[in-house]
Write a protein that binds this ligand. Structure first.
Ligand code: HEM
Length: 410
């Protein structure tokens, strides 16, 4: 059981054991079960509060543990006695990305990708990000009303990460669909049809990457893929490159889309905070941090105990999983005063766990922050009269939280 599979397992529980969840949720009012059911899906935050009130680590219906405590989530994510892979799985990566690997493979592969994502390197991408945002907003400006997701939130991260990786323009079209299919897999496989879609999207992405690898080997560029291909065989095997590039691509756009959408939604729902941003677009970085905390784009992740570990007075047995509810930890009143308020002037804006913590801390954090900050500042400057225009829809799923559509008029 790998990390993504373990995470999917928490979703698959709903489909595989729906009756058991319905029993726990509706009959026993078990808050962890409620999270998987209707109420927790549309608004998980009251459910997180109930989980936190139940205890720092609460049992799940299928015998694992879940936490919405900031202290416990941070401790588990940083504790090297927990990992993302099954401690009993045979060693060596097999088709997995480094998100799903433990030491030593995790560090070896992460170090190869890391130079492109340092804060200093990311700062040099600002002109690319600004040009992209303004071009996209030019399209929005030609329309009276527009869907924020389709017009800005989605195409921005896709354009940026494909440019950084060196994916040519003509290959970008189907990427958005493949990304959505693969990200949907985080919540478990829903049906045979879904399984087939997952397989065909993975295969098409692999074929596309194969074409890009061949092109870059023939004509190296300045991009991340060229740099990865130049690494010695001792550092990365050809079989490791496809899952790694898939991770960089999909992690790059399936999350940032939610940050931009959730941030604009929160701003328009809190006119006083929107006014603060309009008065000073320099506050865009504060909007980014408060959105990451208040309505986290990635709501949960999971760790597996690699030995028996004592956490908050409870023994987690080897191979038991802990569901770390990042979106709940980020509303923990012991860390954030008035946690349900959307407040750009917080004293400790960056104490959230929206990018996780420990060895798997998001590699793209600086890039995501830059893209979203440029987007929020540009919206406030160019469209000060922005307002909701019609029915918004949410993306399905409990791991990623964001909007499928967010219609606005300017
Ligand atoms: C708002 C946007 C984003 C959010 C909320 C986010 C969140 C996260 C989280 C929570 C994790 C860790 C999962 C865990 O601990 O199990 C993670 C890992 C990762 N993220 Fe992001 N991410 C975002 C944007 C990006 C971008 C733009 C990239 C660009 C490449 C990226 C690349 C990665 C990679 C490569 C990892 C794996 C790190 C590792 O396993 O060492 N992310 N992200």
């Amino acid at each position: 059981m790998g990390r993504v599979r373990a995470l999917a397992g928490f979703g698959a529980q709903v489909y595989g054991a729906r009756a058991r969840f319905a029993w726990h949720g509706h009959v026993r009012r078990d808050p962890v079960a409620l999270l998987q059911l209707g109420p927790g899906r549309s608004d998980p935050y009251p459910v997180y509060a109930r989980i936190r009130a139940t205890g720092p680590l609460v049992p799940t219906p299928l015998g694992n543990r879940a936490s919405a405590s900031h202290e416990v989530c941070a401790a588990v994510l940083r504790d090297r006695r927990f990992g993302v892979s099954d401690p009993d799985a045979p060693p060596g990566p097999g088709g997995l990305s480094f998100l799903e690997m433990d030491p030593p493979d995790h560090g070896r592969l992460r170090r190869l990708a890391a130079p492109a994502f340092t804060t200093a390197r990311v700062a040099s991408y600002r002109p690319l990000v600004e040009d992209t945002v303004h071009q996209l907003l030019d399209d929005a400006a030609r329309q009276g009303s527009f869907d924020l997701v389709r017009t800005l939130a989605k195409p921005l991260p896709v354009a940026v990460i494909t440019r950084l990786l060196g994916i040519p323009e003509e290959e970008r079209g189907p990427l958005v669909r493949h990304g959505e299919v693969i990200a949907g897999g985080l919540d478990g496989v829903r049906s045979l049809r879904h399984a087939r879609q997952l397989m065909s999207s993975s295969r098409e992405l692999e074929e596309m990457l194969g074409r890009v690898f061949a092109a870059r080997r023939a004509a190296p560029g300045e991009d991340v893929i060229t740099a990865l291909l130049a690494a010695e065989e001792a550092q990365v095997t050809p079989a490791e490159l496809v899952p790694m590039c898939t991770l960089l691509l999909v992690a790059g756009f399936e999350t940032t889309v939610n940050l931009v959408g959730n941030g604009v939604h929160a701003l328009l729902g809190h006119p006083d905070q929107w006014a603060l941003l309009r008065a000073d677009p320099g506050r865009a970085a504060a909007v980014v941090e408060e959105t990451l905390r208040y309505d986290s784009p990635v709501q949960r992740t999971v760790r597996l105990a690699h030995e028996d570990v004592e956490v908050a007075g409870t023994t987690i047995r080897r191979r038991q999983a802990v569901l770390t509810l990042l979106g709940g930890a980020n509303r923990d009143p012991r860390v954030f005063a008035d946690p349900d308020a959307f407040d750009l002037t917080r004293a400790n804006p960056t104490d959230h766990l929206a990018f996780s913590a420990g060895p798997h801390y998001c590699l793209g954090a600086a890039l995501a922050r830059l893209e979203a900050a440029v987007a929020f500042a540009a919206l406030a400057e160019r469209f000060p009269a922005l307002r909701p225009a019609g029915r918004r829809t949410r993306r399905p799923g409990r791991t990623l939280r964001g909007f499928a559509t967010l219609p606005l008029s300017r």
